[in-house]
Design a binder for this molecule. Structure first.
Ligand code: 5GP
Ligand code: ZN
Length: 113
């Protein structure tokens, strides 16, 4: 997707603070963090949003959760953390390349706002 912000970040056309990268996943700091730790975890493959996950492309999503678990372990996030993926405008999605917010370093309320 040539006009996708996160595809441009993956390609390095837009700078980002990289936390982790492998063949299929890219992790970087959110530009407007809402917690002391606020990472965005994205597949390198362009998938617009959560309801476009299928049997054909879900492998990268399970890998994303492996990456999140490894990062949490490496960072010692023993007090807990939160993962959020907003799907669609009503849920607050503003960038239409699927992403998982990884949030930590403070208490989080529930139910979600
Ligand atoms: P959404 O609102 O779609 O769930 O999350 C999009 C996130 O992308 C927001 O938290 C926003 O701060 C972040 N974001 C938007 N543009 C950029 C950017 O150019 N660089 C980075 N690192 N994050 C961005
Ligand atoms: Zn994209």
């Amino acid at each position: 997707m040539s006009d996708c912000l996160f595809c441009k970040i993956i390609k390095g056309e837009i700078p980002s603070k990289k936390i982790y990268e492998d063949e299929t996943v890219y992790v970087f700091e959110d530009i407007e963090p809402t917690a002391p730790v606020h990472y965005l975890v994205i597949p390198k493959e362009h998938i617009s949003k959560l309801d476009e996950i299928t049997a054909e492309n879900s492998g990268v999503i399970s890998h994303i959760y492996e990456v999140i678990a490894k990062l949490a372990k490496d960072m010692g996030l023993k007090e807990g953390f939160r993962v959020v993926s907003n799907c669609g405008e009503h849920a607050g999605q503003s960038v239409f390349h699927i992403h998982f917010h990884m949030l930590a370093g403070r208490d989080f309320g529930w139910p979600a706002g």
